[in-house]
Design a protein around this ligand. Structure first.
Ligand SMILES: [Fe+2]
Ligand SMILES: [Fe+2]
Length: 167
């Protein structure tokens, strides 16, 4: 096998992390839609698709190395969203956890001189910087525009625009 058992284990875990992220964003999108935030619903739906693509990238990487992948079970997201701001906060927290998970695989790959995996994960490092930036800037909007109904409506429109960008 072209990668170590440990790296394989971590990459399998990462497939699960990306799948769970996709599932979580799908739940948030559905909650937004039902709550009347159409822009946010579109934004999170696209984000769910992106996370699935991240999962697919890892599967593709392993398959290119002729390694069979384990497709994990996905978790049921906690169904307790209370506000759009909370959804964005939780998203940022989750993205930070994902960044840490990626860092961990990179550290292991570097310790093992696994340049192949290290190089492969570089894309994810850039992606995580973007994702954290994105949610940080969305959260800032609540500080700048506010949290009353009109402000939330404005933020929903901003998310609508962002959803066109990422798709
Ligand atoms: Fe991801
Ligand atoms: Fe993400």
């Amino acid at each position: 096998m072209k990668i170590s058992k440990k790296i394989l284990e971590l990459l399998h875990e990462q497939i699960g992390i990306e799948a769970n992220a996709s599932n979580y964003y799908l739940y948030v999108s559905s909650w937004c839609k039902v709550s009347g935030y159409d822009g946010a619903a579109a934004f999170f739906k696209n984000h769910s698709t992106e996370e699935r693509e991240h999962m697919m990238k890892i599967i593709q990487y392993l398959n290119d190395l002729k390694i069979d992948t384990i497709i994990p079970q996905i978790q049921k997201p906690a169904q307790k969203m209370k506000s759009l701001e909370q959804a964005c906060k939780t998203s940022l927290e989750n993205e930070r956890k994902v960044s840490k998970a990626i860092d961990r695989i990179i550290n292991t790959a570097q310790n093992e001189n696994d340049h192949r995996t290290n190089f492969f994960l570089e894309w994810f490092v850039h992606e995580q910087i973007e994702e954290e930036d994105l949610f940080e800037s969305i959260l800032q909007k609540f500080e700048v525009i506010g949290r009353d109904k009109l402000a939330i409506h404005e933020i929903d429109k901003i998310l609508e625009k962002l959803s066109h960008k990422s798709s």
